[in-house]
Design a protein around this ligand. Sequence first.
Ligand code: ZN
Ligand code: ZN
Length: 623
Amino acid sequence: MIPLTSSATVAAYPSTVSYLNPVQGLERCSSMVELKQLHSQIIKLGLSSDNDVMGRAIKFCALSNSGDLWYAHRIFEKMTEPDAFLYNTLIRGYLQCNLVTECIQLYLRMLDDCVVPNNFTFPPLIRACSADNGVEEGKQIHGHVVKLGFLEDRFSQNNLIYMYMKFESLEDARRVFDKMKEKDVVSWTTLISGYSQLGLLNEAYEVFRVMPQRSSAAWNAIIASFVQHNHFHQAFSLFNEMRSENVELDRYVIASMLSACTRLGALEQGEWIHGYMNRNGIEMDTKLATTIIDMYCKCGHLEKALEVFNRCSCKGLSTWNCMIGGLAMHGRGEAAVELFKAMELERITPDHITFLNLLSACAHSGLVETGREYFKYMTEVYGLEPRTEHFGCMVDLLGRAGLVEDARKLVEEMPMDVDSGILGALVGACKIHKNIEVGEEMGKRLIELDPNNSGRYVLLANLYASAGRWDDVANVRRLMNDKGVKKVPGLSVIEMEGRIAEFIAGGRTHPDSKKIYAKLEEMLERIRGLGYVPETEGVLHEIEEEEKENPLNYHSEKLAIAFGLLKTKAGETIRISKNLRVCRDCHQASKFISKAFNREIIVRDRNRFHHFIDGECSCKDFW
Ligand code: ZN
Ligand code: ZN
């Protein structure tokens, strides 16, 4: 019978494979189809139990991206006398697929078969033990490394350090490290990262200090540890030191530092890093682009974020999500919706985060109907079931718009447990729209759910205060004291000439504190002239987050603004980030200051940005 494919064609254009020696063909092989063809030719040539030839086939199947581990395993099983290379290759293949038990079993079989392990055998085995928390196996393998004479092998030693750190056996890790005759950068950075993972920053730092030659990877290991543990100041001072030593900044250090800038709101430093990337031709990938956009958004420079976004040629889903989130945070709801539409036109499939950011954009800009539509749309069009966070956004949206009953209904309809964030949003809305009944019920539930969070008590107390129920305010206060709930102290941060200054309410530790307080008085004097009246009413009865133990005038952000006015040139924007919500009085004062001193003031609080320009705020007094 004539086969359906024309044999003439096959003869005229023989596959490239058949013209090569199949053994050489293995080196160029690029797919499993090709490999299987070569394999059958090798069998015909009678080479199917040649370790050298089949080693190449196993290597392709076990380690390359287009390989097939199962096929590697089958070839291996047919080998009559597999050698160490074959064992090692398959062990690595198993490790790549996270089959850690299989790695160890194969090693045991290797020993049973009397095949002598070599220096390539141990690193993947030690990794396998680390991944599986195989403490006993790991120690035994360590014993074999010693017995078989591989104590001088750096790869094995470095992996042992990693393994013991992973097991939290600090002494063992340290012993391996100290005994090493020739430590390389990997040995040092493994130790540094290991200490850092366990939260032992001082130890990590000490190791870093005595390290003989600090590569960019070592700098990154220590900087990343400080960033991960929120010690941003140390990260910045190390970063400055790194720059002064002219160590080249790689993309990892850049990513670590950008996230430090983002967390601190340190725009100048962030801009410098962005500029450094451009000057030194550090290639932008999706991840870095997204980190930069996020940094500009969260440091209050939305225009710059948009510029980077528009120029970026490697936008991924995370990049779109980040930009939509940025617009949301800055109260640019319509723009966020437009961007979402553009994203759909580009055929990027949105995910849960996209819709979360989109709904939060609608909430921050009061787009009630649009928000309701997208809440349905995510399930109907993309099959994404709303999660707790999405319900939270909707409750916030409805609550802000005064639709408190609708919001409460949505809470009751939630298929999952309601969380404290959602209840908090609802109580806040009840306070603003004076729905005391719903607010009280939800506020009590909220305290039950999250009894150690001072903010929850503050919320309920303020709700009572707005209704003039002072006895209840006092009761909540007492309850909070009885339970020993501590409040988070207010902290405002301002970046100036690349340095970061922190202010706490009433703090006087700053070296310029006399001048700052003088400027503060001048500031208040001037805005009083424009009609500013301190909101003492609120302070008498409400529990504001930055307590009345500190007079209103000395709230941390007022100090930070005074410092900003003192240290910047006329017309420069003042940027502040704050760990709590902005209080009403500071919000009011900031509006007046922006007018009196003709300054743009950008405050990032716990939830959002406030752009104060010419006596107005971008949040339209709703936050
Ligand atoms: Zn305040
Ligand atoms: Zn505002």
